[in-house]
Design a protein around this ligand. Structure first.
Ligand SMILES: *[C@@H]1O[C@H](CO)[C@@H](O)[C@H](O)[C@H]1NC(C)=O
Ligand SMILES: *[C@@H]1O[C@H](CO)[C@@H](O)[C@H](O)[C@H]1NC(C)=O
Ligand SMILES: *[C@@H]1O[C@H](CO)[C@@H](O)[C@H](O)[C@H]1NC(C)=O
Ligand SMILES: *[C@@H]1O[C@H](CO)[C@@H](O)[C@H](O)[C@H]1NC(C)=O
Ligand SMILES: *[C@@H]1O[C@H](CO)[C@@H](O)[C@H](O)[C@H]1NC(C)=O
Ligand SMILES: *[C@@H]1O[C@H](CO)[C@@H](O)[C@H](O)[C@H]1NC(C)=O
Length: 503
């Protein structure tokens, strides 16, 4: 058995109210206020919608962006790394500028989000010996590291992180997968629902459902697909390769346990295969003698229409399996931006509600919790910290960086504070039919001031300045020893509660 890797704009639909009178705030000046579609009005200075157009769902007929490559030319191989993978030599990655998950002829370059500190100090997890195989219980686990097994051929790799590595993650698991140019993730299906976000390159994906309907589409970095449990699908990198994140709604999902086309054929009597496909048994003389998993392929035809197989049942047009999320414009607030993708605009992903959040240096995803789901999060760039408060009296603060996975059990409160000097970009993935959260600041702002004051003994001006709307993100300056944020940004904006932005 081949070793399997383990981890780890367009249109705005929001009901925009472009300007409101700020008379109630006292200046008579107009302030732009956006109403995120399906949500409450946002803070002054916000613009856009948290949702994209429903028209971004399904194939858009556009060619892929061939300028975006998922293949690195500057890989940095250390002594022993090009030797036979089964020799399994120790790799000293500590001095490598740009270490790669490559062993012998297997693996591939790593363009996507990664935490190099962990990779360098765990070379046998990052680029495992070819003899490592199967699932072993977590015997040593550096926080934040995915574990990885490159395949035997230079076709790609995958990292997986499930409940074995992150015991708190009881509802979701994740995989980061890389395919070299034209490589395939073998035809397969599985028990869990699969949601995917593409980091680099481009890919052709397709699926067949139980009605015999088909769905084929070409996707770019920033786009999303969803394959419902049980539906067989095909994934092939286009000619610049592809790297993507997979999130599953099962804590124990393992790339070791998918149903592969090659294994189906290997595990079925050849006479039965011959009867089923109306041929002679000799037709199966050359079937693969081991699973393929990730393997090199012949280049896909450049145009999707050449592979757009459609049977008598037609295409999956009612609830397509892809969403061109890269074209969704963000909802902008002071300190960052938010893009939400949930069944409101992507109905097939019935229980996947996701926010793509950008937090500028100094800013913070505000203190909040979710009303109906745990949160699985993945850090695409930057460095951040998060305090998780769990009733009755526990809290812990975690530092997270590019390539890390975080998990917040329902309904623990948390924030994400940018602790670095570049944008923090991360995904919040919920198992819920709609992306929702409770903002602590808005909650208190919509509670009678007397109650807030009696409970928390806050100064009058702080209580009066609590927002009635949801900020999502709050700005702050980049000096992380700052302790007085009075007058910084729009959190309260001294809003009196009488103006037209009242909900
Ligand atoms: C791959 O995508 C990630 C996430 O957007 C980005 O940070 C990285 O720079 C990209 N890699 C390349 C080689 O473009
Ligand atoms: C694929 O086939 C479907 C059904 O015939 C059609 O609606 C769609 O436009 C085709 N897409 C491409 C890119 O050819
Ligand atoms: C959605 O996910 C939650 C949390 O895992 C689960 O309790 C619920 O049953 C799921 N709903 C559907 C429709 O799958
Ligand atoms: C950061 O803020 C602290 C506290 O206000 C101040 O003492 C310090 O000088 C500031 N640092 C910089 C680099 O501005
Ligand atoms: C905090 O900053 C505000 C605005 O700059 C200032 O008026 C106030 O005195 C400061 N508070 C303290 C305790 O320094
Ligand atoms: C809020 O009030 C303070 C003190 O009066 C003032 O300095 C500040 O400019 C006000 N902020 C806004 C956004 O109106």
């Amino acid at each position: 058995m081949l070793p399997v890797a383990k981890l780890f704009s367009a249109c705005l639909t929001g009901h925009l109210i472009p300007y409101i009178s700020a008379a109630a705030i006292g200046s008579g000046q107009s302030l732009p206020i956006a109403i995120p579609s399906g949500q409450s009005p946002g803070p002054p200075g916000s613009s856009g919608s948290v949702y994209g157009s429903p028209a971004l769902v399904g194939p858009d007929g556009n060619p892929v962006d061939t300028a975006d490559s998922a293949v690195l030319s500057n890989s940095d191989l250390v002594p022993g790394q090009q030797e036979d993978a089964d020799l399994g030599l120790y790799l000293d990655l500590s001095e490598a500028q740009n270490p790669q998950p490559i062993r012998g002829t297997g693996g591939g370059t790593d363009p996507g989000p990664r935490n190099m500190i962990y990779e360098k100090s765990n070379p046998d997890l990052y680029a495992p010996p070819g003899t490592d195989a199967g699932d072993v219980d977590n015997l040593k686990w550096p926080m934040g590291l995915s574990f990885n097994r490159p395949g035997l051929k230079r076709a790609g790799f995958a990292r997986q992180q499930n409940i074995n590595e992150l015991p708190a993650a009881t509802e979701m698991a994740g995989v980061d997968m890389h395919l070299e140019p034209n490589a395939y993730r073998e035809l397969h299906w599985h028990q869990a629902n699969e949601w995917s976000y593409i980091f680099n390159g481009s890919v052709r994906v397709g699926a067949v459902d139980e009605a015999g309907q088909t769905s084929y589409d070409d996707l770019n970095a920033g786009d999303v697909w969803f394959f419902p449990a049980g539906k067989p699908h095909t994934i092939q990198a286009l000619d610049k390769g592809v790297e993507f994140l997979l999130v599953f709604d099962s804590s124990s999902f393992s790339e070791e346990n998918t149903f592969l086309a090659s294994e189906l054929f290997l595990r079925t009597p050849k006479s039965v295969l011959a009867k089923n496909l109306k041929t002679d048994v000799s037709s199966f003389d050359n079937i693969p003698q081991d699973q393929l998993y990730i393997f090199p392929g012949t280049p896909a035809p450049a145009t999707l229409s050449a592979q757009n197989i459609t049977g008598p049942a037609g295409s999956i047009s009612t609830n397509p399996y892809t969403y061109h999320f890269s074209q969704q414009e963000p909802y902008i607030v002071d300190g960052g931006s938010v893009k939400i993708l949930d069944p409101t605009t992507f109905p097939i992903a019935a229980n996947f509600s996701v926010a793509y959040v950008t937090v500028q240096p100094g800013a913070m995803r505000e203190i909040h919790w979710h009303t109906d789901s745990d949160e699985w999060n993945f850090f695409i760039s930057g460095s951040a910290r998060m305090t998780v408060f769990s009733a009755p009296t526990a809290s812990r603060t975690f530092d997270l960086a590019e390539g890390d996975v975080g998990y917040v059990p329902f309904p623990d409160s948390h924030y994400i504070e940018n602790t670095g000097d570049i944008d923090v970009v991360y995904l919040e993935v919920l198992q819920a039919p709609k992306f929702t959260d409770i903002s602590v600041a808005q909650w208190l702002g919509l509670t009678p001031p007397q109650v807030v004051k009696d409970t928390l003994s806050l100064p009058d001006e702080v209580v009066a300045n609590l927002p009635k709307y949801k900020n999502y993100i709050v700005p702050g300056n980049t000096n992380l020893t700052t302790t007085n944020f009075t007058g910084e940004g729009p959190v309260g904006t001294n809003y009196t509660g009488n103006g037209p932005i009242m909900i």
